[in-house]
Design a protein around this ligand. Structure first.
Ligand code: GAR
Length: 194
């Protein structure tokens, strides 16, 4: 407790595209006593993303980013993020690529979670590709976002053992469990130094 005296909670925006289990997990973590952050905004690339329901449930401001006119949409989102004085952007299952301009606006302030042990298996289908290559381990990585796909500085990683008779779905489920533990840990690490 004393550690937190005078500590102002950091303002976080979470970007999602689908289920939003990481989003929900971060909300729950943020509501704990002593949490170092609060979630002030969620941005979704899909208006029907299931994860947006958590915004309703927990009363978090939401924005949908329309990829029909991406330049305009990103500009609006940048304004919204600045207006809300967001300290850190957390990509959590955000399946679109942010423009160089967007990243430049929040240099060093965007983190992503990726379901592989980067630098291995950047991009999509990470589980099946790991299985096809007979890897012994896969896992998840939290990293800073730079202008190259899944290539920014690594913050934390967690290994997950690949089992005999594993399938892409089974592996994905076990990795997701670890993601939910790893993301809050990584945020603590990032925010304590900011
Ligand atoms: C998570 O497994 C996350 O690592 C992955 O999408 C899933 C989203 O799940 N992200 C990527 O593949 C990004 N390249 P969630 O919507 O339940 O949090």
């Amino acid at each position: 407790m004393p550690r937190l005296i005078g500590f102002k909670k950091k303002k976080i925006a979470v970007f999602i595209s689908g289920t939003g289990s990481n989003f929900k997990n971060l909300i729950k973590y943020s509501l704990k006593k002593n949490s170092k952050f609060e979630i002030c905004l969620v941005v979704s690339s899909r208006s029907k993303a299931k994860g947006l329901n958590y915004a309703e449930k927990y009363n978090i401001k939401k924005k949908v980013i329309s990829y029909l006119n991406i330049k305009k949409a990103e500009k609006n989102i940048i304004n919204e993020l600045k207006k809300n004085k967001i300290d850190l952007i957390c990509l959590a299952g955000y399946m679109k690529i942010l423009s160089k301009n967007f990243i430049k606006n929040f240099k060093g302030k965007i983190v992503n979670i990726h379901p592989s042990l980067l630098p291995k298996y950047k991009g999509l289908n990470t589980y099946q590709r790991a299985l096809d290559n007979n890897e012994k381990f896969s896992g998840c990585t939290i990293h800073y976002v730079n202008s190259k796909l899944d290539s920014g500085k690594i913050i934390l990683q967690k290994k997950v053992k690949i089992l005999k008779n594993d399938t892409s779905d089974k592996l994905a489920k076990r990795i997701l469990k670890q993601e939910h533990l790893l993301y809050p840990k990584a945020l603590n690490k990032v925010l304590i130094n900011s």
